[in-house]
Design a protein around this ligand. Structure first.
Ligand code: AMP
Ligand code: ZN
Length: 482
């Protein structure tokens, strides 16, 4: 079976065929860095990571591009509300760039702890203003832009495919039911490409442009940067489902208007929300959980990754402590199982990343690997992939070393650090050794007392062979490693 992805454009599962054989270009919308990422945001990035790891596992050379939004994102996605970065900087008494720098670092610290592979390209909006201006010029030259109320807007009336991604009906567009109409705009869904007449007198970042000094709208950055790094048409674009009706809908309109090429993106991948109670977890509401808050409560970041992989990316996932505890326990059992197999495999524990031995590729473990890949190829079904991992580890007929080799191979896609989990627990091993030595010291003392010097000397000699020396002193016998 080949990889099948559910394409939001058209709402159906489609076989994945990349534009260029053996290569895949993926753009995933990155964070707006005005606050910490919450664990709902991190669901989006674990989904992107699962996609990229799966593509690489299937042999694609992947270019993964992610933007950092450090300008232009208003609290309402459709040109309404306050500038998120400016507001955050004011509240914190910092500059916008200081705020952006701080939360960008914190974002990558979180993604690192979640074993999320760093994208091939990470690009900041503020470093690509030139590309945005160039793209807007092309949009304007193609006749899709007009000036209104001092800002440059995109005229969706000129773009017949507007709303295809979100299945927006024409009557909805006309009525403008979703958004309050701005009297300067020709259509309620028209959006700003370039703000010149800022609503905010204190706009910290502004650039010169053919339309006056100002700053870009939020959507244009993703069009400009994805085109720069992936070309005018590319394979996959992703983000959370909240991006479907406005952000991604607008990105498509701008990009296709500028280049005249259709489709701009072949596959649209959207992850469902992480929800807390009845509500979507959201950054602006303030009531959100960070990865650090889970760590402070004693969870390992990979417990959260395991929890996320336990749900399909297109299903809503309900967060609760109980559910996270369940994931933690499952991951602990996974570690216990892996260590047991490692013990049974003796010296034959394979190193992660090693090529699979023939006993695996031609043996029973291959059945699990095949089912594992099939699950991922079926629109990234991580819950089924995890079930195959468990099936493999519990299979009585797979040799321990083969089970470990296959599990480490599966981990290329799962990113659960299974090789580390399989390593013997040092502290526990040290504790066991200490107990064993203390017992032998007590046995030696008893042997001496019973004048069984041969046994006493035998114990000392066998420990010496293991690199442990006994020293008799006034306070009794002590031991040390040599
Ligand atoms: P932002 O930093 O707000 O631009 O969001 C970053 C990413 O997180 C976007 O792809 C959003 O669609 C996604 N996202 C936001 N809230 C959630 C949530 N509760 N669950 C899953 N994804 C989310
Ligand atoms: Zn975007």
């Amino acid at each position: 079976m080949a990889l099948t992805l559910f394409n939001t454009m058209g709402r159906k599962a489609e076989p994945f065929e990349s534009l260029e054989k053996g290569r895949a270009g993926f753009y995933g919308c990155g964070p707006t860095v005005y606050n910490y990422a919450h664990i709902g945001n991190l669901r989006a990035y674990v989904t992107h990571d699962l996609l990229v790891r799966t593509l690489r596992r299937l042999g694609y050379e992947v270019t993964h591009v992610m933007n950092i939004t450090d300008v232009g994102h208003l609290s309402g996605d459709n040109d309404e509300g306050e500038d998120k970065m400016v507001k955050s900087a004011e509240e914190r008494g910092k500059t916008v760039l200081e705020v952006a720098d701080f939360y960008t670092r914190s974002f990558f610290s979180d993604t690192g702890r979640l074993n999320i592979t760093r994208p091939s390209v990470v690009c900041k909006a503020t470093e690509h203003i030139g590309e945005m201006i160039d793209l807007i010029k092309r949009i304007e030259a193609a006749g899709f832009a007009y000036s209104a109320g001092g800002n440059l807007c995109f005229d969706i009336g000129k773009f017949p495919r507007y709303g295809d991604l979100a299945l927006l009906r024409p009557e909805e567009l006309r009525a403008g039911a979703r958004i309050a109409a701005d009297e300067n705009k020709r259509n309620p869904q028209d959006f700003v490409l370039w703000f010149t007449k800022s609503k905010f007198g204190n706009q910290a970042l502004a650039w010169d442009s053919p339309w006056g000094r100002g700053y870009p709208g939020w959507h244009i950055e993703c069009s400009a940067m994805s085109i720069k790094y992936l070309g005018e048409q590319f394979d996959i674009h992703g983000g959370g489902i909240d991006h479907i009706p406005i952000h991604h809908t607008n990105e498509i309109a701008q990009s296709e208007a500028a280049t005249g090429k259709h489709p701009w993106v072949k596959y649209w991948l959207h992850n469902e929300f992480l929800v807390l109670g009845k509500d979507k977890m959201s950054k602006s509401s303030g009531g959100f959980l960070t990865l650090q808050s889970l760590i402070d409560d004693g969870y390992d970041p990979l417990d959260y990754r395991y929890f996320l992989l336990g749900g399909h990316y297109r299903s809503q996932l309900q967060f609760s402590r109980e559910a996270l505890d369940g994931a933690r326990n499952a991951r602990k059992s996974l570690g216990d199982r892996l260590r047991l197999l490692a013990e049974r495999a003796g010296g034959a524990v394979p190193a992660a990343g090693e090529a699979l031995p023939e006993t695996v590729t031609r043996g029973r473990a291959a059945l699990f690997l095949k089912a594992f890949d099939k699950a991922l190829e079926d629109d990234l079904s991580s819950p089924r992939a995890l079930a195959e991992l468990w099936g493999l580890l519990r299979d009585p007929e797979t040799a321990p070393a083969d089970a470990l080799a296959a599990a480490f191979n599966m981990d290329q896609a799962l990113g659960l650090d299974l090789a580390k989990a399989a390593a013997p627990d040092r502290a526990k091993a040290d504790g066991n050794l200490a107990r064993e030595i203390e017992a032998l010291i007590a046995e030696r003392a008893a042997a001496k007392k019973a004048k069984d010097f041969a046994r006493a000397d035998g114990i000392r000699a066998s420990l010496r062979e293991r690199g442990i020396v006994l020293e008799d002193g006034p306070a009794g016998t002590v031991w040390r490693k040599v």
